[in-house]
Design a protein around this ligand. Structure first.
Ligand SMILES: [Fe+2]
Ligand SMILES: [Fe+2]
Length: 463
């Protein structure tokens, strides 16, 4: 399977092309052929050998080369082939007579050897993709299927033990109810074949970015505007990577968040977000509003610091594509036991990965990096990665940590006035060192909690 056949009219050319292939992968077994008759007694034998090879390089000037090429093209098999020509003229002549095939590359001996290497590299990738992925199933979030009314790919359900059944055929129409039926049974993921994954994810991104752009154009003051932008950016970053559109939407989402923090009621922004639809985006925006709200009620309030906290909140878990990992707040043996190796790696890596992402975007104010790096540290030094405690944590990090902790609590116990009162009382008692007491005071003011303390006998539900 790892054999590379090199059909050439001279040993010199066999060595020349063989050498270049070996530079790209030393594990290849190079087999040079000058006489086709000695190589295979029949066309069938010839094709069997070529089909099972990793790559075939055919010198067009070798007697019998055209027969090999006719057999390869006629077979319709995706065999990886480089056809080499003595000069550009014969290459052009051949090109005019043949239809384009993505598995066949052409190279002229007079061109730069670099072009040959590039062609081989492309074919190696093409082959390993075909060999390795053609039967693989890729996980897609079930919520993504709610975006469509027609399947843009065959959609499968995993029955466990690598068994999959097709539930929607490509171009099948379906209703939200058809998808929700599976969601209600606790299904979190559907699957698509790996060669459909790109198409599927492109459709998801098109719709998510469309939704975000539509909401931005509506000039609405809903907390869902930056949240939908976050969802779109999150999907993009974790499937395809950063692009210009992604950077543009991020900028618009940050501006909208700042605007909402400055002019809207914090409690109504938070209440609007606790929908438990898309945890990573919703909790990131809640941290943003809460951290911004706290900052506005402290001596550290400035437009720049508000921007730093807004950015850190937006980016802090963007590289944490697994919701289970994003929900981890402390690391201990019990928590680690619940996570598989990939999740454990992501838990540790998402902190630096988030920072690397921010650096790629550029134009980020100094100080955002420190908040990102400390977003899992704790007041008492029980956090990670550096086990910093209240004495070492800077004011903006302290604000972020408190905001994040409170958002986690909202998710656990709901956004209720009595719960908030108990939590604030607890924070007031516990966080007595470093910058934390001033942060808790800011939090109490941000939530107008003085009233809660005064009315603590009342128990109306604020949600
Ligand atoms: Fe988070
Ligand atoms: Fe995180």
């Amino acid at each position: 399977m790892n054999t590379v056949y090199i059909f050439q009219p001279s040993d010199y050319l066999i060595n020349y092309y063989g050498f270049m292939v070996e530079q790209l992968d030393t594990s290849c077994e190079i087999s040079g052929i000058r006489g086709i008759k000695e190589f295979a007694k029949s066309d069938d034998e010839l094709m069997d050998k070529i089909i099972s090879s990793r790559l075939t390089v055919v010198g067009y000037e070798l007697p019998g080369a055209r027969r090999i090429l006719d057999l390869i093209v006629g077979s319709g098999q995706p065999i990886s082939v480089v056809i080499t020509f003595k000069d550009e003229l014969s290459l052009e002549e051949y090109k005019r007579s043949q239809a384009y095939c993505s598995n066949i590359e052409l190279f002229s001996y007079t061109a730069s050897p670099f072009n040959f290497s590039r062609s081989v590299e492309k074919l190696f990738k093409y082959k390993s993709r075909r060999d390795g992925n053609s039967d693989k199933y890729m996980q897609v979030k079930i919520e993504h299927c709610l975006l469509f009314e027609e399947a843009c790919a065959d959609i499968f359900l995993c029955l466990g033990n690598h068994k999959y059944i097709k539930i929607f055929r490509r171009f099948d129409s379906y209703t939200l109810g058809d998808v929700k039926k599976y969601m209600n049974k606790g299904t979190e993921f559907f699957y698509v074949k790996s060669n459909d994954y790109n198409t599927f994810i492109q459709q998801v991104l098109r719709l998510k970015f469309g939704q975000a752009e539509f909401l931005l154009s509506q000039n609405s003051d809903s907390a869902l505007v930056p949240t939908k932008c976050h969802e779109a950016v999150f999907e993009m970053i974790n499937s395809i990577g950063l692009d210009e559109n992604c950077v543009k939407i991020t900028g618009q989402a940050l501006n909208k968040t700042m605007e909402l923090i400055e002019k809207s009621s914090l409690t109504s922004l938070l209440a609007e977000l606790l929908q438990k639809n898309s945890y990573i985006s919703e909790h990131s925006m809640m941290v943003s509003f809460l951290a911004g709200g706290i900052c506005r009620h402290t001596d550290w309030y400035s437009h720049e610091n508000l921007m730093r906290l807004t950015m850190a909140s937006f980016f802090h878990d963007l590289k944490c594509s697994d919701e289970v990992v994003a929900k981890v707040s402390v690391i201990n043996n019990t928590v680690l036991k619940e996570l598989d190796l990939t999740q454990q790696t992501m838990l540790h890596a998402h902190i630096q990965d988030g920072l690397d992402l921010v650096l790629q975007i550029g134009g980020i104010p100094t100080g955002v990096d420190k908040i990102l790096l400390a977003h899992h540290e704790k007041y008492d030094g029980s956090g990670f990665p550096h086990e910093l405690d209240y004495k070492q944590l800077e004011p903006l990090s302290a604000i972020f940590i408190i905001a994040h902790e409170l958002v986690d609590i909202f998710y656990e116990v709901g956004f209720y006035r009595d719960n908030i009162f108990v939590v604030l009382q607890d924070m007031k008692n516990t966080y007595s060192g470093g910058h934390f007491p001033r942060v808790v005071e800011g939090l109490i003011m941000a939530l107008s909690a003085q009233t809660y303390f005064e009315d603590k006998n009342g128990s109306s539900n604020r949600n």
